[in-house]
Design a protein around this ligand. Structure first.
Ligand code: GLN
Length: 384
């Protein structure tokens, strides 16, 4: 994995870059990050499933690049106990496997309250979720599937074709397809890259060489310990994010950056609430849904379907030759909204000629089983 789970290509690792087993090692391609190793191991048939942590897409992006299933459940369902925090209000343990059924079996085992994790959802909240999900259920198993118009970005041809193929397939199976809008989703990326480094800077402060972590060798009592310890102990990407996070949290910028980003995050969550049929037990439907005109025959959806990534896996050279490291941040554009809103999301491989593209399904908070059910339907596309 990438150091401290920061990255989209698993090339910032002490052990060297991870190679994608779907492609020839002569021209190595990214396995996706940060959990590229988990995705590569599953894709190369070394194990039945693997775990990863998904803070902004680190389970789904590697799964999409390596042609496997990657499932990020709703925030708080699976215990984070034992996981090193990157950004704790986003971090979610996810599951990678070759088929949806395996991910679901693992999820059913792990989906329970853990008193050791303060962010683990209580049993009382889990009961409320069960009621809300029962209300939004489709007894005939025919679903309304949304296409978020803001997802129609600069996509590669194969990704766009796979998305169309997936939508046509679902429609042909008797599900209804409608277009929906989540306007603030276009601010997701900057919001994520303000909030997650802020949390990371705070979490990583404990690695001071005194109580935790690496300690730089100092020859005399006169030398400072903290700066060389943290300079030598962290890689450049982690240092960049610590600096960025502390900058955003500093008194001059807190109001304009951190606080604004928190507001956008809440708005994204409320806008998703306005399109889903199942109610969100966390927000009680008190959301900002002004952009939805229900009088005009607007229909709420069970899940939304979109691409997991803008392109298929880039080559290692393409990643290394990128002009700025922030270029790789753009590849998280499809995955971070689910983390901002805490929603369940899964990527399913959709074959397209010789390549495989990850297609993502996302549902309301707590509606994980519905997302998995639609994923099982979508996965049949590869049997055709
Ligand atoms: N690529 C994103 C980042 O670098 C997501 C990482 C993750 O989900 N752990 O922050």
């Amino acid at each position: 994995m990438d150091e401290f789970a920061m990255g989209s290509n698993n090339m910032i690792s002490l052990y060297g870059a991870c190679k994608n087993p779907l492609f020839s090692a002569d021209v190595p391609r990214s396995a996706g990050g940060s959990s590229g190793g988990s995705a590569a191991a599953v894709s190369a048939n070394m194990c039945d499933f693997a775990l990863g942590s998904d803070t902004g897409g680190s389970v789904r992006l590697p799964a999409a690049y390596c042609g496997v299933v990657g499932f990020k459940p709703s925030y708080g369902l699976i215990s984070r106990y034992g996981l090193v925090a990157y950004a704790q209000s986003f971090d979610t343990v996810g599951i990678l496997s070759r088929d949806v059924a395996t991910s679901e079996t693992v999820f059913d085992l792990l989906n329970q309250h853990d008193p050791n994790d303060p962010t683990s959802l209580s049993n009382q909240l889990r009961e409320q979720i069960a009621l809300s999900v029962a209300d939004g259920k489709r007894d005939d198993h025919k679903f309304t599937i949304g296409i978020v118009e803001e997802n129609n970005l600069d996509l590669s041809d194969e990704v766009r074709q796979a998305w169309i193929r997936a939508v046509e397939f679902l429609h042909a199976q008797g599900h209804k397809v409608v277009t929906v809008s989540v306007p603030s989703v276009k601010h997701s990326l900057p919001t994520y890259f303000i909030l997650s480094p802020s949390e990371a800077a705070s979490n990583l402060a404990r690695y001071d060489g005194v109580r935790f972590g690496y300690r730089a060798g100092t020859d005399s009592d006169q030398e400072v310990l903290y700066a060389p310890t943290r300079n030598e102990g962290f890689g450049s990407e982690v240092r960049r994010r610590i600096i960025l996070g502390n900058f955003n949290l500093s008194s001059d910028f807190f109001g304009n950056h951190y606080r604004q980003a928190q507001k956008v995050r809440r708005r994204v969550q409320h806008e998703y609430d306005a399109i889903f049929r199942t109610a969100n037990v966390l927000t009680h439907g008190d959301g900002d849904n002004k952009h939805v005109d229900e009088s005009a025959g607007f229909e709420r959806v069970d899940v939304v379907v979109g691409p997991t990534s803008r392109t298929i896996a880039p080559t290692h050279d393409e990643v290394n030759n990128a002009k700025a490291s922030v270029e790789s941040y753009v590849n998280d554009v499809m995955t971070v909204p689910a983390n901002l809103a805490g929603l369940p999301a899964i990527t399913v491989p959709v074959g397209l000629g010789a390549s495989t593209v990850g297609i993502q399904l996302m549902g309301q908070f707590g509606d994980d089983k519905k997302v998995l059910e639609v994923a099982r339907i979508l996965e049949q596309i590869n049997q055709q």
